[in-house]
Design a protein around this ligand. Sequence first.
Ligand code: EPZ
Length: 421
Amino acid sequence: MEKIVIRGGNRLEGAVEISGSKNAALPLMCASILSSEEITLHRVPGLKDILTTKQLLLQLGVQLDDLSSGTLKIKAREITDHTAPYEMVKTMRASVLVLGPLMAREGRAVVSLPGGCAIGARPIDQHLKGLEAMGADIRLEGGYVHARARRIRGTDFTFDLKTVTGTENLMMAAALAQGTTVLRHCAVEPEIDALANLINGMGGSVDMSVPGTIVIEGKDRLHGVAHDIMPDRIEAGTHLIAGAITRGDVRVCRCEPAHLLPLLEKLSQTGLNVQVGDDEVRVISNGRGKSCDVTTDPYPGFATDLQAQYMALMVLADGRCQITENVFENRFMHVQELVRMGANIKVSARTAQVDGVENLSGAHVQATDLRASACLILAGLAASGETEVHRAYHLDRGYERIEEKLRKLGADIRREKDVII
Ligand code: EPZ
């Protein structure tokens, strides 16, 4: 086990380069199953979840050629196994993203049900309902989804709710389906655009001209393509908040400002000087920020994946605000850890009331999930004294070399072996 140790109080200054998006890379890697030709992905981030996905693809018989500097060549010449086992799906629920492409290419898949996680129940009922509408026979047995179909066929399917990976799974299934598929009430995250671009680059036909509706013309086969992965909007937002919480001056480079609008709006409302360029955003602090309410919503709303990080900033803001989590039912696991550092937060159902305090004191805190661990790092950057964030493995799932990037900005942060489990 490892921990991240931060000695707070340093003002962050300088430029940080954003890595490729985890939540784009994962579906794009799974989409390689749709073709027997080579898919080349550039700007693949060096993350634990990427490693897990590589292991899963290898297990299915997919060939990988992992070049240095973030280029990954994937060739699913033939699929020799159709199972995503429990231990993999439990480690990373996004493993369910092999379900759609396996059904499209092979007409069969055995995928462990992901089960819940720290932030919620995380069901996949919409994924399964959509595949059934496309002609799949779905059987749940022994904690696994057993899916079969002679050939996936096109359908007109409306999601009951917006689901990112649910939309992605059905897009991939539809890409090789017989006939045309219309998906309605889809999630519209930028990562979904990225998947549509990849499938179209492979010779597919994905039309997203009507927001929330995706029309996919099934093809008999798809060819290889090269694709540059979009920047990670959540990593970018996390570093912007690092600049704000330390009252610094931070420039986040190689990002896509258009993906960050709700956060940039909020940061401006708190009094931060926000300067937007073509592929970078600079934040310059004018001192203690003002408290501003936030409600998370599916894109283009305020990203749930930035809620915990934003809460860290509000903990030290001037005033009171309400932070409402509309996407997941249990995404306040970071609250108690922040309270241990001196935060004043009261949670009632899906809303956290945050009364800003003058300062936080460093403490031993425990990471519970990926974004909660980022929140605790941010709080540690601004706290007096030393903060130890235990269970650093949560962080490594979604942030590439975060302590290196923060150290380059002036943070006093290091990784150490951990004796506390
Ligand atoms: C994706 O998860 C992201 N992960 C999550 O990022 C992100 O928080 C989430 O979308 C919301 O933006 C990846 O893209 C790999 P959902 P996903 O299906 O697709 C409910 C991170 O930190 N739901 O959009 O699993 C569900 O319980 C991770 O990088 C159903 O009820 O999320 C949730 O309440 C965390 N039935 C809501 O919908 C379903 O079949 C949104 O979930 C599917 C989802």
